[in-house]
Design a protein around this ligand. Structure first.
Ligand SMILES: Nc1nc2c(c(=O)[nH]1)N[C@H]1C(S)=C(S)[C@@H](COP(=O)(O)O)O[C@H]1N2
Ligand SMILES: [Mo]
Length: 342
């Protein structure tokens, strides 16, 4: 994501013009960045990426070096959303935002392949009667798994259609029994700089202070669309997509859908969240997809759908309010001024 802060505008190699501009503007911007010396940034993180660093800046590449093992899951197929044209799996797993593994789109697929997900512990705690800790095996066995084919709309104005596998967050929250003080749900990504090189390298990690934290209001968390995902395309998640478990909130910008979660906490007050702390005027707490509320530096009226087409395929489509999920979620915001609570 583009962030206009002093520290970032000077040093962040991840200037995401590819996501928000047309080809000509993009190529000019790329030339500028090259002149500034940023295209060599791959050298900083060693030989793993050096062969593709420049190509990767241009856009994600198809990745044939995934050595992380995913395994098939048992799940109920999604029969309601078959009309959505899915983004090819190869693109879903090679064009990623996961700044812990680098802020360029191609880096997570390259730098996360040795990520350790087993053992894993996910603790659900805070304002509830029955706090629990789940182990790796619990994540895929505790609840029946369902496929959900959802649109994912990044705040950078690109989107995908992804067949996730997971369970409703509501099922998990009911298990811990939130008490009457529980008003918000806070999610935290693993903090382990030894495994996640972007966490102690500000340049690689896009200038974020880790761990990555996101949150929802309790009613949003309980909405049936809100998914805890443990897989995609029928298999367990690859690390670049947030293994072993991540959130998916399809009516909000992608940055709310936090990856590789180790903690879910019920709290009474609205917490500060990662992107809001970084640039509150650009990334709000709610972050509901809204074509009528532009980002300060680009329009949110349309998006580039990532399909099986080529790099500059003309596949710009209109962005829908609540990313097309208004019928299921708009009621939660009916008394709110969405230009104020963006
Ligand atoms: N921990 C963590 N979670 C994250 C991010 C991140 O950088 N770190 N990026 C977010 C953003 S901006 C998007 S668009 C989605 C992308 O998910 P995908 O790579 O599986 O498509 O993950 C979100 N979750
Ligand atoms: Mo995003």
């Amino acid at each position: 994501m583009l962030i206009k802060t002093q520290s970032n505008s000077q040093s962040n190699p991840a200037i995401r013009s590819s996501e928000i501009t047309d080809e000509s503007v993009y190529l000019q911007r790329r030339q500028l960045i090259k002149t500034m010396g940023f295209l060599g940034a791959g050298a900083l993180i060693g030989s793993t990426v050096s062969k593709t660093a420049n190509a990767g800046f241009f856009d994600s590449k198809d990745n044939d070096s995934n050595n992380f093992k995913t395994t098939p899951l048992k799940f109920t197929a999604d029969k309601d959303n078959l009309s959505l044209i899915k983004t090819p799996e190869q693109k879903v797993i090679s064009h990623n935002n996961f700044y812990e593994f680098g802020a360029q789109k191609h880096q997570p697929a390259e730098l996360a392949q040795n990520f350790n997900v087993d053992p894993w512990q996910l603790t659900i705690s805070g304002e509830c009667d029955n706090p629990i800790t789940l182990d790796y095996d619990d994540l895929t066995t505790m609840f029946p798994l369902e496929e959900r084919i959802y649109r994912l709309r990044c705040v950078e104005a690109w989107s995908m259609v992804i067949p996730w596998v997971g369970f409703s967050l509501a099922n998990l929250l009911k298990k811990v029994a939130p008490n009457s003080s529980a008003k918000y749900v806070v999610f935290e990504t693993l903090h382990d700089p030894k495994q996640m090189p972007g966490q102690d390298d500000r340049r690689l990690g896009g200038g974020i202070n880790y761990p990555y934290v996101e949150a929802l209001r309790l009613d949003e968390a309980m909405n049936p669309l809100t998914l805890m995902s443990v897989g995609l395309y029928g298999k367990t998640l690859p690390p670049q997509n947030g293994a072993p478990i991540r959130l998916v909130v399809p009516w909000k910008y992608g940055f709310k859908s936090v990856k590789s979660i180790v903690s879910i906490k019920l709290v009474s007050k609205q917490p500060a969240t990662t992107w809001q702390k970084l640039a509150a005027s650009e990334y709000g707490f709610y972050a509901n997809v809204n074509p009528n509320h532009d980002h300060p530096r680009w329009s949110q009226a349309s998006e580039r759908r990532i399909t099986s087409g080529g790099l500059f395929a003309r596949n710009r489509i209109e962005t829908l309010p609540f990313n097309g999920y208004g019928e299921q979620v708009a009621h939660m915001y009916k008394d709110m001024d969405l230009s104020k609570y963006y």
